[in-house]
Design a protein around this ligand. Structure first.
Ligand code: AMP
Ligand code: MG
Length: 346
């Protein structure tokens, strides 16, 4: 298939979204930038488009897609909303928050087809803040189902270059809108009247969400072996580089000594903080930003997971993040990317 690529850098480029909207209305697939990661979009109400999304990504068909809308109120057409949804929407939409709500039925038929929701009775709703994503939804005139625009299992794409690498020739169009500002996928929550279940941590943090409900349950920590995951995506291997990745935890001295020794004895790539460059040798060092600059870490992490793969290193080491604030999202992505390979030096 011929994949058209368009570049949008300013207002004057936006007219090109008309054609992207046409493609989406005729069951085609368009990869587009958002503030979290790039999405692979298709008409959420069109079974054929959803099936194509799963095929292009190689995504298991029981892993549901997030439905992207232009304004929070549009959720009324597809889901049963509640007060808590609108409270969250007032604070975090448009933005990197996905809310799971019960499906809406008209004459016994779900408005959003099972093909989009992996057969579930609920719909995941997000209202992206990225201006290109917003204008694309408006131009399409339909809600856009979009998972991350990568091959299933590989690190999510945070630039058009990543999407081109994974999906060129498999979809109709790629919109290059520059690098994703945040760089990790949206926070996903399921809500009942006064409980928030955090299914996937992201830029909207557990701390920020907790003030909106009597109880906030972090699903990952409550997931026992053999239990049915609340979010089907949680059971799949994710974000994985092709090379083995180990996460290192311990005191500062222990970590640095460990990494120095590895640099001496192994061909390794290391994902760490700017400050570490004063101690470690520059060879295959990937600096996430200053130690406390978690936004910079989020912005660079997936790009680094891809880049470490194309070095001559045979193994990758990264620091295990703390679980506070956005750190929880970084922690969640890295433990999955590493297949829970943690080296605890304490
Ligand atoms: P991705 O599209 O790759 O960013 O992944 C979307 C995430 O949202 C996956 O972990 C899905 O399992 C989850 N998700 C989407 N829709 C639902 C839903 N209706 N119920 C539970 N989880 C969902
Ligand atoms: Mg994904």
């Amino acid at each position: 298939m011929n994949t058209e690529t368009i570049v949008i850098r300013s207002e004057s480029d936006l007219h090109q979204l008309k054609r992207a909207g046409d493609i989406l209305r005729s069951s085609g697939l368009v990869a587009f930038p958002t503030e979290t990661v790039y999405g692979l979009g298709g008409n959420a109400l069109d079974k054929a488009a959803s099936k194509k999304i799963y095929a292009a990504k190689g995504r298991p068909s029981d892993n549901p897609l997030i439905v992207h809308i232009a304004t929070p109120e549009e959720a009324e057409k597809y889901c049963v909303t509640n007060e808590l949804y609108y409270e969250l929407a007032a604070s975090f939409m448009p933005g990197p928050l996905t809310v799971i709500l019960p499906k809406k039925y008209v004459d016994g038929i779900p408005v959003v087809p099972d093909e989009t929701t992996g057969g579930l009775d609920s719909v995941a709703i997000r209202c992206p803040a990225d201006p290109v994503a917003h204008k694309l939804i408006v131009s399409a005139g339909v809600p856009i189902a979009a998972p991350s625009a990568n091959t299933s299992g590989s690190p999510s794409p945070t630039s058009a270059e990543h999407v081109i690498h994974d999906l060129m020739g498999k979809i109709d169009m790629i919109i290059d809108g520059g690098e994703s500002v945040f760089g990790l996928e949206s926070t996903v929550v399921r809500i009942s009247e006064n409980t928030i279940y955090l299914l996937r941590p992201g830029a909207v943090t557990a701390e920020q969400l907790s003030v909106f409900a009597d109880e906030l349950i972090i699903a990952d920590e409550h997931l026992k072996e053999g239990e049915r995951p609340l979010s089907p995506g949680m059971k799949y291997k994710h974000y994985a580089p092709a090379k083995p990745l180990y996460l290192v935890s311990g005191d500062e001295d222990q970590i640095l000594n460990f990494l120095l020794e590895k640099q001496d004895t192994e061909k390794c790539a290391i994902i760490c903080y700017d400050e570490d460059a004063q101690v470690l040798s520059p060879d295959n060092l990937f600096l996430l930003g200053k130690k406390n600059d978690l936004l910079s870490h989020a912005h660079r992490l997936f790009d680094f997971l891809r880049k470490t793969d194309i070095t001559d290193a045979s193994v990758i080491y990264a620091r295990l993040p703390d679980k506070e604030g956005i750190g929880l999202a970084l922690y969640n992505r890295l433990i999955r990317a590493s297949g829970h390979n943690i080296i605890n030096l304490k």
